[in-house]
Ligand binder design. Structure first.
Ligand SMILES: Nc1nc2c(ncn2[C@@H]2O[C@H](COP(=O)(O)OP(=O)(O)O)[C@@H](O)[C@H]2O)c(=O)[nH]1
Ligand SMILES: [Mg+2]
Length: 334
């Protein structure tokens, strides 16, 4: 399922855009009046690869959602340990929808409250520098991104600045050897600028960094120097399962060195993702990609509102895909 929002002066114009871009099968998930601007309509289309179909089709202008949808989503958000403000905001936007399916309702609410900006598969606008606390999954994420690029035959440059810690280089060089990529190591900010010059031709440049303690001023100063040494995009890597307030403060510390995107990891090792939502909200970060397994070959999952909703509500996601599977033979027969 793919969700897209449309802004227009009138509802008729918004609906025309929906049909034009997403086709006749588009389902309206949410409509919202934007004061003084017009209307915003969020619509969904099914995509072949992700057969998430609402058990009951959603229709524009239908009845308000049954209390069970709100209750179901509220229970899920509480389970994830979301703070009251954030869960109240998400539930309020669900209250405005005519969704019949909790998964779709949560997708639309996430779409309204958060930004999503997965890393491109092709050329990066800037070299991407993965930053975050120790053990967040930065090096594994570099390995996953490098593998994805290598499989697409996309020329990639790998730079590591994590030279002080024993064993850190071996971890990454094991991956670069396997993929026959050259690993450049740099010790300081000026050397990073030179290394980036060397890698100018690469479509994607990935920079691994040493873990930093967000509460240690010297650690963060050092990282800021690296991030500002050249025109790079620092991307914050955070694992699931953090306390929401710690995650929020951590995200704010890294935002101050220029982070705008959040790559989330270890989603398979936790059942509580409130920390990740709190981090994105507190530092106004866009979700980019998620690591759902420790295996390099499994890669990263680009995050969209729907993908995140599935992660937050795995039972509902399974139920939706089971329903879609059960319906498929009937659909092909007609
Ligand atoms: N299960 C699981 N393990 C992960 C994931 N991401 C990272 N890890 C593991 O967490 C540990 C730390 O990861 P690493 O990339 O070295 O973290 P870094 O210190 O941020 O570079 C390693 O054992 C990784 O295999 C994930 O998404 N799922
Ligand atoms: Mg590392």
């Amino acid at each position: 399922m793919r969700l897209k929002s449309f802004h227009a002066k009138t509802m008729a114009e918004a609906m025309r855009q929906v049909r034009e871009v997403l086709g006749e099968d588009a389902i309206i998930v949410a409509t919202r009046e934007e004061e003084g601007v017009g209307v915003r309509v969020t619509a969904a289309v099914e995509e072949d690869a992700s057969p998430t179909v609402a058990a009951t089709p959603l229709r524009f202008g239908g009845e308000p959602p049954g209390p069970n949808i709100l209750d179901q989503v509220a229970e899920v958000l509480a389970r994830h340990g979301l703070n009251e403000d954030l869960s109240g905001e998400l539930l309020e936007s669900i209250g405005d929808l005519d969704a019949r399916d909790p998964l779709m309702a949560l997708s639309a609410a996430l779409d309204a409250s958060f930004g999503f900006q997965p890393l491109p598969e092709g050329r990066f606008a800037k070299p991407v520098m993965l930053v975050g606390p120790p053990g967040a999954g930065k090096t594994l994420a570099v390995a996953k991104l490098m593998t994805r690029a290598a499989l697409r035959k996309c020329p990639v440059g790998i730079i590591s600045t994590d030279t002080a810690r024993a064993g850190a280089m071996e971890q990454l060089s094991a991956f670069t050897r396997l993929l026959k990529q050259r690993l450049i190591t740099v010790e300081d900010a000026p050397a990073l600028a030179d290394a980036l010059d060397v890698q100018k031709g690469a479509e994607q440049v990935l920079i691994d960094t040493a873990g930093r303690n967000p509460y240690d001023a010297a650690d963060m100063r050092d990282l800021r120097d690296l991030a500002f040494a050249a025109d790079v995009e620092p991307v914050l890597v955070l694992p699931a399962g953090m306390d929401p307030m710690d995650a929020a403060e951590t995200a704010i510390a890294f935002r101050d060195i220029g982070v705008r995107r959040l790559l989330v990891t270890r989603l398979d090792m936790s059942r509580r993702f409130g920390g990740l939502l709190a981090a994105a909200r507190a530092a106004d970060l866009n979700f980019c990609d998620a690591s759902l397994t420790p295996k390099v070959a499994d890669g990263l999952t680009p995050l969209t509102p729907t993908a995140l909703a599935r992660v937050l509500m795995p039972e509902a996601a399974k139920q939706a895909s089971d329903t879609a599977q059960a319906r498929r033979p009937m659909q092909t027969g007609t």
